[in-house]
Design a protein around this ligand. Structure first.
Ligand code: CS2
Length: 500
């Protein structure tokens, strides 16, 4: 039996269900990216708030690519489940905050633009992952070579990219004489509000400088830091959902108990009272963002590349290996934590220990392969930014070097057993041709570092950088991932002993 409004009463006892009337909810939030993360994060915070005090703020979700999930969501009256899996067991909660959905093919591009220009709309929020922004990851600026952006320049009324849709929607608001909205990115991009603001302004200025000026005046772009581990849904997840809920749910997700959301409080048309449900509203999100992107996501990427190569399927498998667990701790605290302006050492250590405990959660089947995806979009903020700082300040960074070398080995496309790796990355084709060009290890490492949209124009000419990566890459190839991690850890420890 499928989850929907009528069957909700048949959900197993212990399932939390919406205790509020969904009928009067209005779509004052338009969200791009109905992925697993949004369902377990923003939609759930909004559900908690509605549960607490009502308030009328509903969410309309948009997916720009696949339509199947939205068709399933409609068949379930837009209800779906979040299953929290922790040491205390499973807790299921049916979410009621999403009440509408739009898709360019199921509906029309014009319907999405009309929603963006709805007078009652206050917030446009986004979780499309790093690649959804069509930016150059090294500079954070709009990528004018991106085919979607080129299409949106040529045909602004039929957009295909997120940025194209936002510009088209804002242009319509301006033409109708409506007020501005707030555009809130919830993706793991440093300065995500400023990045999307710049991308929107760049595209809008090409279209009409007066539109760009209107956006500068009327629209705000609060930055956010989001945190919750939400593995991709598998057949196992669906089975567990059915067991806990007692109903089939094609849109449910499983996640960890932990969740965090920090937002810059800069909303031009109002916002829900998120502070009542645990959201931290701050003036400047950047210190929180750097801490999370480096310590959590940087270490995640380390575990993803080295773990995958060592044959570990899940993050929790990596953490069950004492050498990997120790390497993760040292990377977090000695190489990432030291580059941060906040918090104090003691709080940093506690934050790191909490992250490690979250990574250990054996109920979460979080694939190393999933995190390894889109490395060209992730490396700059997670690993390269802190390495630049280490180079400038003259501190050692052997585990960070091994993580980058791990990525290089991974995008080589063959694992340690000689099996092909399914490398997913927007720059997949460029990576494959760089890898295939003839030459020795050094030539390969230098060619990859020459990828300017990832390593910037500074790192390829930096012999200190190349000199850190090359030995790590050679060690990885000669010794294999498991031994290379152990060797690098003892190097690191030796270095700590010397410094002590
Ligand atoms: C992960 C993140 O897939 C990845 O790259 O590092 O999705 C991570 O799980 C979240 O950012 C946690 O908040």
């Amino acid at each position: 039996m499928q989850l929907n409004r009528n069957n909700l009463k048949r959900a197993n006892a212990g399932t939390a269900v919406p205790g509020y009337d969904r009928a009067p909810l209005q779509s004052r939030i338009l969200h791009f990216g109905f992925g697993a993360f949004h369902r377990a994060h923003q939609a759930l915070y909004q559900d908690r708030l509605l549960q607490l005090e009502g308030g009328g703020w509903g969410i309309c979700v948009v997916n720009l690519r696949s339509a199947g999930l939205l068709e399933s969501l409609r068949a379930q009256d837009h209800l779906f489940t979040v299953l929290e899996q922790g040491a205390e067991g499973n807790q299921a909660r049916v979410i009621g905050s999403v009440t509408e959905s739009l898709h360019p093919r199921l509906d029309s591009p014009a319907a999405v633009i009309a929603k963006l220009a709805d007078p009652q709309l206050a917030i446009v929020s986004i979780t499309l992952t790093e690649k959804g922004y069509c930016i150059n990851p090294a500079t954070g600026r709009l990528d004018w070579d991106n085919p979607d952006i080129l299409r949106d320049l040529a045909e602004p009324g039929q957009p295909v990219s997120l940025i194209g849709y936002i510009v088209a929607g804002l242009a319509k608001r301006q033409a109708l004489g409506l007020a501005g909205v707030s555009v809130m990115s919830c993706d793991n991009i440093p300065d995500n509000g400023r990045v999307i603001r710049q991308a929107v302004l760049d595209l809008a200025s090409r279209r009409d400088p007066m539109l760009a000026a209107w956006i500068e005046r009327e629209v705000s772009f609060p930055s956010t830091m989001v945190d919750r581990i939400v593995p991709a849904v598998t057949a196992d997840t669906r089975r567990e959902l059915r067991d806990t809920l007692g109903l089939d749910d094609a849109c449910g997700v499983a996640t960890e108990p932990f969740t965090q959301w920090v937002i810059e409080d800069d909303f031009v048309a109002g916002r829900p009272a998120w502070e009542k449900v645990g959201v931290e509203l701050v003036r400047d999100v950047r210190p929180f963002e750097a801490m999370k992107l480096r310590m959590l996501n940087g270490t995640h990427s380390f575990l993803a590349y080295l773990g995958y190569l060592a044959g570990y399927e899940y993050v929790s498998d990596c953490m069950a290996d004492p050498v990997f667990a120790q390497a993760a701790r040292r990377l977090m605290l000695d190489e990432q934590g030291v580059t941060l302006s906040m918090p104090e050492q003691e709080a940093l250590t506690a934050y790191g220990e909490r992250l490690l405990a979250r990574f250990r959660n054996p109920c979460l089947r979080h694939r190393t392969w999933q995190i390894a995806m889109d490395g060209t979009m992730k490396l700059p903020q997670r690993l390269l930014a802190p390495i630049r700082q280490q180079l400038a300040e003259g501190r050692p960074w052997p585990l960070s070097a091994l993580a980058v070398a791990g990525w290089m080995h991974y995008v080589g496309g063959v694992d340690e057993q000689g099996n092909a790796i399914d490398v997913r990355d927007p720059l997949c084709d460029s990576l494959a041709s760089l890898v295939q060009a003839a030459g020795d290890d050094e030539a390969l490492v230098r060619r990859l570092i020459g990828l300017e949209s990832v390593f910037g124009s500074d790192l390829s000419g930096n012999e200190g950088f190349v000199g850190g990566i090359l030995p790590a890459y050679r060690r990885l190839k000669q010794r294999g991932a498991a031994l290379a991690v152990a060797d690098t850890l003892s190097l690191r420890q030796g270095d700590n002993d010397v410094r002590r």
